[in-house]
Ligand binder design. Structure first.
Ligand SMILES: NC(=O)c1ccc[n+]([C@@H]2O[C@H](COP(=O)([O-])OP(=O)(O)OC[C@H]3O[C@@H](n4cnc5c(N)ncnc54)[C@H](O)[C@@H]3O)[C@@H](O)[C@H]2O)c1
Ligand SMILES: CCCCCCO
Length: 296
């Protein structure tokens, strides 16, 4: 029998349904999915439980505020930043949504991530979406950049699979990873950062292709240069360009509010495998050229 679902079938693709249903049940599920798909974009986030890693950062805070306009049931913010005043501000925004903050450093061992997630699942019983947004930008800090931007994201994603994987009787889920335009085309003066974001984009596209096995869909949101504290000043790799930030900020950028508006629109589209480009108010799903096919 199809596992208990804690979210609309709309975000589970037909292949997932097929592998669990007897032919005579398929029609019933196809009709349910079709109905859910038709209404999904209007009220998809309503009443959902969302975990937002790095929800208090500059992009994170405005995106949390934008999410709170969608009548979520729960918004659980995990972050290394501990700013109670920001959490209080978020709690005041929408009485329909319960905002919770829990301290979390994505570089902890995966067992710690699982312990934290178990506390959340024990409390909420059901989580619909995990947003992984932690990131640092300093190409002097090679190990830290990879640990936060990539390994931390992979570990947090892997940890939640204990609770979501349909092969373990889980309900499935949705992963939204914050990549970057530098994951498509690098800022060559910060190759370590850009490489970590390319890794996020690549990892997430694999998750999306595995959704028919795991029941967990995935996509990336990839902001362009957004005016935040992260980009104000940062080190280039081996100091190849001491003025990298100043040079980049001479070109068009976007505000965190513009980024947040596109970010939540991408979440509402809920497209498995989405490669969302978010820059200066533009939201575009990038077509990735295939140069090689593993044929498996
Ligand atoms: N600002 C931009 O131009 C831009 C563009 C594309 C992508 N991004 C990405 O967007 C995300 C947010 O960046 P931002 O510009 O808002 O900068 P920011 O510095 O305000 O946000 C970074 C967030 O990551 C969190 N974080 C860092 N290390 C962590 C750790 N070890 N454990 C848990 N959380 C940790 C911070 O606490 C903060 O919430 C980052 O992943 C960044 O790479 C930013
Ligand atoms: C100004 C440089 C911004 C780099 C962050 C893009 O992910």
């Amino acid at each position: 029998m199809f596992p208990k679902l804690c979210r609309p079938l709309s975000s589970i693709n037909f292949r997932t349904v097929k592998c669990f249903c007897k032919p005579r049940q398929l029609n019933k599920y196809y009709n349910i999915i079709a109905r859910a798909n038709s209404s999904a974009s209007s009220s998809f986030l309503c009443d959902k439980n969302v975990i937002f890693v790095a929800g208090l950062g500059d992009i994170g805070l405005d995106t949390s505020k934008e999410l709170l306009k969608r009548d979520l049931k729960n918004l659980v913010i995990l972050d290394r930043i501990d700013k109670p005043e920001l959490v209080c501000e978020l709690k005041e925004l929408n009485p329909k949504t319960k905002v919770t903050f829990m301290p979390y450093d994505v570089t902890v061992p995966i067992a710690e991530s699982k312990k934290l997630l178990k506390k959340i699942f024990d409390k909420l019983k059901c989580v619909d979406i995990l947003i992984n947004g932690a990131g640092i930008l300093d190409d002097h800090k090679i190990e830290a950049t990879i640990a936060v931007n990539y390994t931390g994201l992979v570990n947090t994603t892997t940890a939640i699979m204990d609770f979501w994987d349909i092969r373990k009787g889980g309900p499935g889920g949705i992963i939204c990873n914050i990549g970057s335009v530098t994951g498509f085309n690098p800022i060559t003066q910060v190759p370590v950062y850009s490489g970590s974001k390319a890794a996020v984009v690549n990892f997430t596209s694999s998750l999306a292709k595995l959704a028919h096995i795991t029941g967990v869909t995935a996509y990336t949101v990839n902001p362009g240069i957004t005016r935040t504290s992260l980009v104000a000043k940062f080190n280039s790799w081996l100091d190849v360009e001491p003025d990298v930030a100043e040079l980049l900020l001479e070109h068009p950028t976007q505000s965190t509010k513009e980024c947040a508006a596109s970010f939540v629109k991408a979440i509402e589209k809920n497209k498995n495998g989405g490669l969302w480009f978010l820059d200066q108010g533009i939201l575009e799903d990038i077509k990735w050229d295939k140069h090689w096919d593993p044929c498996i």
